[in-house]
Design a binder for this molecule. Structure first.
Ligand SMILES: Nc1ncnc2c1ncn2[C@@H]1O[C@H](COP(=O)(O)OP(=O)(O)OP(=O)(O)O)[C@@H](O)[C@H]1O
Ligand SMILES: O=c1[nH]c(=O)c2[nH+]cn([C@@H]3O[C@H](COP(=O)(O)O)[C@@H](O)[C@H]3O)c2[nH]1
Ligand SMILES: NC(=O)CC[C@H](N)C(=O)O
Ligand SMILES: [Mg+2]
Length: 528
């Protein structure tokens, strides 16, 4: 092994080959967490292009295709003869099996979410992990027989071969997603591949994100003025802090009060946020504008696109006002800072070949005629990495540890048309749920808890001996590491009971409260 003194400045990367996975970036990140340097490359890279990067190992990601379908991305079998250790995950595992002479087919038993696997031989990959373990799967195809020379390590009810390895050739594969925290021993599996399988040492520590970003922001913005879209949430607060660190008072933050915020939120930003961060903040009251733009709209993607477009129109107005205030010599504000994170990009179909699940207002929902140059210092990071950066920058803990709240706000938590009355109904129900969860001391356990109004659904109830025909409220408490996957939070029944009773007593339009017990996948966190 190379001694530190002679180690090259840029270590040999572990390449993550992206087959259009929702989780490719997550794989890279788990590798970085294991203190091994990692980069993502598209599956369109040829074997020569990959080998030109002198990879220390290669990980083949999952993906939406079926390996046996016409035109599906495939792995050049020559890759497996290059002497580079390879780990295949889900689609990558199936592609590897097929390329080396194994068989892949649909079993008819699809496995989504938590799945039990039975270890038949731990090998290198599963060494030291339990004989029965819960993994996170998301697949419809399975490997039926392993290629010659491979040992089968595990099986599940829907996967005759759920993991295999050929330790001699340093080739490994798993049907489940070890990069996902819900796979009980996922990180151990990755580390076994990296340390034992590929013989790598945990000697790469991430560079100083803050120093790098501050330098990059200075280079991008120079001495120009910049506005930051500030929601009061974690991401934009940390993005604003980074930009403030880089260019100081060239920055003005703009918060859009679109009428889709929860009870008390705008006041909180106006008072607490400014007091604790000292940012220069403009709040724009745009409630009427957003309600008018959403009038009659029921389709979730249309709502998202409208909200994304109106956000930008408001920032354009804000920049005109800032210029006007600066007088005749005021220059245009060309730069717009957004707290975009990597999951927003992936879910908007921004990852190589990844499917568009929903257009996040700040990515896929942006209008085509966008005039601003975007400054997005957090675009490759995940939430917990952003929180770490925020703490390092001294952003107050009550902001850094806040639960996420989506930019389109309650607009995508009303299933059906958004109206002022429905917003009021949802705001009341949401305030009750939040108050009771906080009172029960559960905020730290929950990633977030969307409260959703099924405005187009009505059901019969009985209240005060009379018939009611009201709307249901859905509680969607989830636990998650990074919002890429999630599980429903097992809240205590007595807390659920108090929330249900209070909502049906205090919010007259609601006569039923239901609990969403779906993991992600297959559900997403928000309903729209
Ligand atoms: N009401 C708003 N006013 C101004 N900008 C907003 C508003 N809502 C969202 N944004 C912008 O859109 C970005 C994405 O929103 P998102 O909710 O993902 O991030 P956040 O609010 O900063 O953090 P969190 O995920 O913790 O809620 C924000 O970082 C911010 O730049
Ligand atoms: O700023 C945002 N703009 C959006 O358009 C948006 N849509 C979803 N979310 C948040 O993203 C995370 C993942 O949500 P989903 O599982 O619903 O995709 C969850 O934390 C959601 O609250 C959004 N945030
Ligand atoms: N998540 C994946 O990689 C899925 C692989 C393949 N599309 C299947 O359904 O089996
Ligand atoms: Mg937010």
């Amino acid at each position: 092994m190379t001694s530190p003194a002679t180690a090259p400045a840029t270590p040999r990367p572990v390449l993550v080959v992206d087959f259009g996975a929702q989780y490719a970036q997550l794989i890279a990140r788990r590798v970085r967490e294991a203190k091994v340097y990692s980069e993502i490359v598209p599956h369109t890279f040829t074997t020569e292009q990959m080998l030109a990067k002198d990879p220390a190992a290669i990980i083949l990601s999952g993906g939406p295709s079926s390996v046996y379908a016409a035109g599906a991305p495939f792995v050049d079998p020559a890759l497996f003869d290059a002497g580079v250790p390879v780990l295949g995950i889900c689609y990558g595992f199936q592609a590897m099996a097929q390329a080396l002479g194994g068989t892949v087919a649909q079993t008819g038993a699809r496995e989504y979410g938590g799945t039990e696997v039975e270890v038949c031989s731990a090998g290198v990959l599963l060494a030291g992990t339990p004989a029965n373990q819960t993994t996170w799967m998301s697949h419809g195809d399975s490997v039926h027989s392993a290629p010659e020379g491979f040992e089968v390590l595990a099986t599940s009810s829907g996967s005759p071969v759920a993991a295999f390895e050929d330790a001699g050739r340093r080739l490994y594969g798993v049907q489940w997603h070890p990069e996902v925290k819900h796979s009980a021993h996922g990180q151990a599996v990755l580390e076994h591949f990296l340390y034992e399988g590929a013989g790598l040492a945990p000697d790469w520590t991430p560079g100083n994100v803050i120093a790098d970003q501050v330098a990059a922001i200075r280079a991008q913005i120079g001495d120009a003025r910049v506005i930051c879209a500030l929601s009061g949430g974690v991401d934009s607060a940390v993005a604003a802090a980074l930009v403030q660190e880089a260019v100081g008072d060239q920055l003005t933050c703009v918060h859009v009060d679109h009428g889709l915020m929860r009870a008390g939120e705008v006041e909180q930003i106006e008072n607490d946020f400014v007091a604790s961060t000292g940012v220069n903040l403009v709040i724009r009251d745009e409630k009427e504008r957003f309600l008018a733009a959403l009038d009659g709209v029921r389709d979730p993607e249309t709502k998202r696109k409208i909200i994304g477009r109106e956000f930008i129109r408001v920032f354009e107005d804000a920049q005109r006002d800032i210029v006007a205030e600066a007088g005749a010599h005021g220059e245009q504000v060309r730069f717009l800072v957004q707290g975009t994170l990597y999951p927003d990009v992936v879910e908007s179909g921004g990852g190589e070949g990844a499917a568009n699940i929903k257009s996040h207002h700040n990515v896929g929902g942006l209008p085509d005629d966008l005039q601003f140059e975007l400054v997005e210092p957090l675009r490759t990071l995940f939430k917990d990495e952003v929180r770490a950066v925020g703490r390092e920058l001294g952003v107050p803990e009550e902001i850094v540890s806040r639960q996420p709240f989506p930019g389109p706000g309650l607009g995508i938590r009303i299933v059906g048309e958004v109206t002022a009355e429905r917003l009021e109904t949802l705001r009341k129900a949401d305030a009750i749920a939040r108050e009771e969860l906080t009172r029960a001391g559960l905020d730290g356990e929950i990633w977030q808890c969307p409260v959703v109004l099924l405005a187009d659904v009505r059901s019969v109830g009985v209240q005060g001996d009379g018939r009611t025909y009201g709307h249901p409220i859905v509680l969607r408490p989830v636990s998650s590491e990074d919002a890429m996957t999630a599980d429903w939070t097992r809240l205590p029944y007595d807390v659920l009971s108090v929330i249900s009773t209070r909502i049906t007593n205090e919010v007259s339009e609601v006569n039923r409260v239901v609990l969403d017990v779906t993991s992600k996948p297959p559900g997403t966190i928000e309903w729209e």
